[in-house]
Design a protein around this ligand. Structure first.
Ligand code: DX5
Ligand code: ZN
Length: 217
């Protein structure tokens, strides 16, 4: 099994020093940089948009994994692609036309991801599973960093892993991932884990990312 990919969520970074923070997690060997975009409507929090993403783009060559927690997402997909996103993930609970959004993302030359809130059943993936590059299983209710992993999401991760089968789709898990639970998350089938508070809690990102990798192995 290939080593799990680590995607630090910059939601827990120092927003006053975002460029330096991105460069530091890049140097510490992260795989993706997870960017949480929130609109104060789909989720009860408001974060950043395309201008900040284009500014961040200049500080790293690592893939920018853009998690859109916005409703609607459709009118803004082009802007996020132009800003430099590599993976654009939309929520199945937002917008009306998920399949159209996925076609638009692919048409923009980006990887298309689909995210499921904790209460959304895995079966919603069935009709669109051949149209996606990534599934993002939320293991907390989206909106904030630093929440606790919801234990029943382990069964859902296994279910999504089974649905993916041999398809070339990454399974990413987001929310409450720590050295204490990462092994069970990877064992259930995660290829990529998002970690915000677990990575940014100290100043030594080599150590915090290293602790996640060691615990996963
Ligand atoms: C939650 C976000 C997550 C969050 C993860 O809405 O999508 O990416 O920042 O943070 P931790 O790892 O602290 O749960
Ligand atoms: Zn996220």
């Amino acid at each position: 099994m290939p080593e799990v990919k680590i995607a630090p969520s910059i939601l827990s970074a120092d927003f006053a020093r975002l460029g330096e923070e991105i460069a530091a997690i890049d140097a510490a060997g992260c795989d993706y940089i997870h960017v949480d975009v929130m609109d104060g409507h789909f989720v009860p929090n408001l974060t950043i948009g395309p201008p900040v993403i284009s500014a961040l783009r200049r500080h790293t060559d690592k893939p920018l994994d853009v998690h859109l927690m916005i409703d609607p997402a459709a009118p803004y997909l082009g802007e996020y692609a132009a800003a430099g996103a590599d993976i654009i993930t939309v929520h199945v609970e937002a917008d009306t036309h998920l399949h159209r959004n996925l076609e638009v993302i692919k048409g923009l030359g980006k990887k298309a991801g689909v995210s499921l809130n904790p209460s959304t059943p895995a079966q919603v993936l069935e009709p669109i599973i051949d149209d996606i590059d990534l599934v993002l299983v939320m293991s907390v209710n989206p909106g904030y960093g630093g929440q606790s992993f919801i234990p029943s999401m382990i069964a859902k991760i296994r279910q999504v892993r089974d649905m993916i089968g041999s398809r070339n789709i990454e399974l990413e898990v987001d929310g409450g991932v720590k050295p204490e639970n990462i092994a069970s998350i990877v064992d259930a089938g995660a290829d990529v884990v998002v970690a915000g508070s677990a990575v940014f809690k100290g100043n030594d990102y080599n150590a915090t990312i290293g602790a996640l990798r060691a615990a996963a192995a």
